[in-house]
Design a protein around this ligand. Structure first.
Ligand code: NAD
Ligand code: TYD
Length: 352
């Protein structure tokens, strides 16, 4: 088996579904705290699949994590569990320090103790895969080259600082203890089952609900966009063939300014579900106050993972965003489930 943490969240949930869609693969123990971002409805199709064992719990719970490792003896751990939203980290950084730093530390320590108890092939083959972000590298100017794995860490938000700290712990556990780790730093993911606090799902749902499409600042901030299915295939590749102690940047080769992203979504919605008044959804675009410390540009140079492991994304931005918009149109029940009171409270707090 493998142990996945945060497998009820956006990327972890997609990873679990993707992994288990192959009937021949081994099972998953899915440890998730079910914060506001965790959603078991994403995993509904696995209800009767005995290869999926869901455990409600915290990566920071030493007793629980050690017990799971002893009981299920996973051959690998993939760590997705995190607080992941920059805006929330600005309002309340404490949870970010707790889960992303202290939680990862606890997971590493429990896993190291477990790994020390293994022998032979089981010990040699064990892997700890840490899922991280390009935001640890800080912000680029328009003309800077894209981030490579050699860029210095210059995190600017409480979120990225906490992820950077966790990456450093993972690195140190390899160098100090020989603990077998690989780390991936990826760009902005998008796709099905994405909680609608992040730009792409927020804009799709606000558009359909006739609400403003909030653009922070001048909308010229640039992100690289990676379709979540491509991210899942990259993680599988690195888990299978990545070199121990190495980090791999994972990106979609899709740099876009935020305003371009929002306009692209509006164009697709205009085509797939035109507004009743015949006007474009772009009419709903509203410029709002900028995010404090807003990073101007992220860009990923994903050539190392291509050169060394032969991975490249399959979706372009156009194909990926079209699939994503279609998924939100086709899944009103899932959306209904996440648009709860706590979500409405968040919108009130962030967008007044
Ligand atoms: P998410 O917020 O959608 O999901 C996080 C999941 O972790 C949730 O299911 C939540 O319940 C769970 N969780 C939170 N705290 C926990 C704890 N203490 N113990 C156990 N489970 C806990 O996040 P995501 O977008 O799926 O991101 C997954 C990982 O990928 C994160 O580590 C994030 O930093 C990284 N990442 C995300 C993006 C992106 O664009 N979404 C980009 C780069 C890197
Ligand atoms: P987000 O999806 O929160 O991801 P991240 O901050 O991790 O990159 O935001 C993506 C970009 O979109 C970022 O530059 C902030 C911007 N943004 C808006 O302009 N309006 C919004 O309402 C949100 C949520 C984000």
């Amino acid at each position: 088996m493998i142990l996945v943490t945060g497998g009820a969240g956006f990327i972890g949930g997609n990873f679990v579904l993707d992994w288990l869609s192959d009937a021949a693969t081994e099972g998953i123990i899915n440890l998730d705290k079910l914060t506001y971002a965790g959603n078991l409805e994403t995993l509904d199709s696995l209800k009767n699949d005995s290869r999926h064992i869901f455990v409600h719990g915290d990566i920071g719970d030493k007793e629980l994590v050690s017990k799971l490792l002893q009981e299920y003896k996973p051959r690998a751990i993939v760590n997705f569990a995190a607080e992941s939203h920059v805006d929330r980290s600005i309002h309340g950084p404490a949870e970010f320090v707790q889960t992303n730093i202290v939680g990862t530390f606890n997971l590493l320590e429990c896993a190291r103790e477990y790994w020390n108890s293994l022998e032979g092939v089981a010990k040699d083959k064990f892997r700890f895969h840490h899922v991280s972000t390009d935001e640890v590298y800080g912000s680029l100017t328009v003309t800077d080259p894209a981030f490579t794995e050699k860029n210095a860490y210059e995190p600017n938000s409480p979120y990225s600082a906490s992820k950077a700290a966790s990456d450093h712990l993972v690195r140190a556990w390899f160098h100090t203890y020989g603990f077998p780790v690989v780390t991936t730093n990826c760009s902005n993911n998008y796709g099905p089952y994405h909680f609608p606090e992040k730009l792409i799902p927020l804009v799709i749902l606000n558009a359909l609900n006739g609400k403003p499409l909030p653009i922070y600042g001048d909308g010229q901030q640039v992100r690289d966009w990676l379709y979540v299915g491509d991210h899942c295939s990259a993680i599988r590749k690195v888990l299978e063939a990545g070199k121990l102690g190495e980090t791999y940047n994972i990106g979609g080769w899709n740099e876009k300014a935020n305003i371009e992203v929002v306009n692209a979504i509006c164009r697709i919605l205009d085509e797939l579900k035109p507004r009743v008044d015949g006007k474009s959804y772009a009419e709903q675009i509203t410029y709002v106050k900028d995010r404090p410390g807003h990073d101007r540009r992220y860009a990923i140079d994903a050539s190392k993972v291509e050169r060394e492991l032969g991975w490249r994304p399959t979706e372009t931005f156009d194909t990926g965003v079209r699939k994503t918009v279609q998924w939100y149109l086709d899944n009103p029940v899932w959306i209904e489930g996440v648009v709860s009171g706590s979500y409405r409270d968040w919108l009130q707090k962030q967008y007044n």
